[in-house]
Design a binder for this molecule. Structure first.
Ligand code: 8OZ
Length: 367
């Protein structure tokens, strides 16, 4: 029987165990530049089979929250080089999550204080974070403008360029953030996409941006160094689709030929209930559609897993399990899962913004 502690080779990633650190936004990169403290934080967690960084903006326009990192400027790349070196020096593996927030942003965070961009000019009923007088403050997102069709190739090119930057910064690969109501997910879902051109309407049209981005990156850096994160039914950031089962089975069938290192699926509501009575989804059928179309690589699951649920998933549908909140407070989560605990509880007041407190000061097990 496979356990969390068994190794896995998937694509170009040789993972010593099945435990993945999920991407976690921590807002500790002023000016979008990764700090030495971030290198310490990731290196502390490097016994994970794989580290996925916090979501990282591919351009200034892609940014939606204060003090999240970027992957487009020289200083940002230098900051990430420190992070990847620190992780590799202690024997870890790390991929960076490539992020464009689309409409989940605020004019204060945009180039020239412009409107955030989106498939359609529909505001997301959600909040973002600005720093006001040094204090992280939740504010409503701004009304977006609809992207012109002729702007979309440039966005695909921005993703491709960010993936190249990731490799030159020393990452072992990239994860495309196509989840949680950000730009790619906004295009996918009927509630946020009312376009009448080639990028709206039918499932194939709504999935076009996701597929163009993923193909461009896989062609450039290799599918074997590329993963993708999906959240078929999450209500996060005010997204909803009329028929998520058909949408995601189409997406997975089209992704299959790209030989991705992994597909990362958030089950249910991100960071919330795994089952949503009003939004049913059959993950087993989705995975079967992917495999039937020749989809290879690991099937990574996420959301609310503990040791028992994770081992149950590994014996059924999953190859890898991503842990989010447990990784905030337990840098040595692998050792703690092996020992059956105990687990430190995370301090919510330090999730977004701040310094060492609630970030790099959680203790590892003695010995
Ligand atoms: C929490 C706060 C801000 C951003 C996501 C990148 O949900 C995020 C995020 C989470 O994917």
């Amino acid at each position: 029987m496979t356990t969390l502690f068994d190794p896995l080779q998937t694509g170009s990633l040789a993972l010593p165990n099945r435990i993945v650190m999920a991407p976690l936004t921590r807002n500790r990169a002023p000016g979008a530049i990764p700090t030495p403290l971030m290198a310490t934080y990731y290196a502390q967690r490097a016994t994970a089979g794989l580290l996925i960084t916090e979501a990282t903006a591919i351009t200034h326009q892609a940014q939606g929250y204060a003090d999240v990192p970027g992957l487009y400027g020289t200083e940002q790349l230098d900051g990430w080089k420190r992070v990847t070196k620190a992780v590799h020096d202690v024997g870890g593996r790390i991929v960076v999550q490539l992020w464009h927030v689309g409409r989940v942003s605020h004019t204060d965070l945009q180039p020239d204080f412009g409107k955030p961009v989106a498939p359609s000019a529909i505001r997301a009923n959600t909040k973002t974070v600005l720093i006001k007088d040094g204090v992280p403050t939740f504010v409503d997102t701004s009304e977006p403008r609809a992207l012109k069709a002729e702007e979309i190739p440039g966005i695909v090119q921005n993703y491709r360029h960010a993936a190249e930057n990731a490799i030159s910064a020393g990452f072992d690969g990239v994860e495309i953030h196509a989840a949680n109501g950000y730009l790619i997910d906004q295009f996918l879902k009927t509630g946020s996409n009312q376009r009448t051109d080639d990028y709206g309407g039918s499932i194939a049209n709504r999935a076009r941006l996701l597929l163009e981005v993923t193909r461009a990156i896989a062609e450039d850096i290799g599918g074997d160094r590329t993963g993708i994160r999906l959240s078929p039914v999450t209500p996060a950031n005010d997204v909803i689709d009329d028929d998520p089962q058909a949408l995601f089975e189409y997406v997975l069938r089209e992704l299959a030929p790209l030989k991705l290192a992994y597909v990362h699926v958030i089950e249910g509501a991100t960071g919330g209930p795994r089952e949503l009575p009003d939004r049913p989804f059959d993950y087993t059928a989705a995975k079967a559609a992917y495999r039937a179309a020749g989809g290879q690589g690991a099937w990574m699951v996420n959301n609310g897993y503990d040791l028992a649920l994770a081992n149950q998933a590994l014996s059924a549908d999953a190859d890898l399990v991503a842990f989010g909140k447990p990784y905030i407070a337990n840098p040595d989560l692998v050792a703690r899962l092996k020992a059956g605990g105990p687990f430190n509880a995370p301090d919510k007041s330090t999730f977004y913004g701040g310094g060492e407190k609630g970030y790099t000061d959680y203790p590892a097990l003695a010995g």
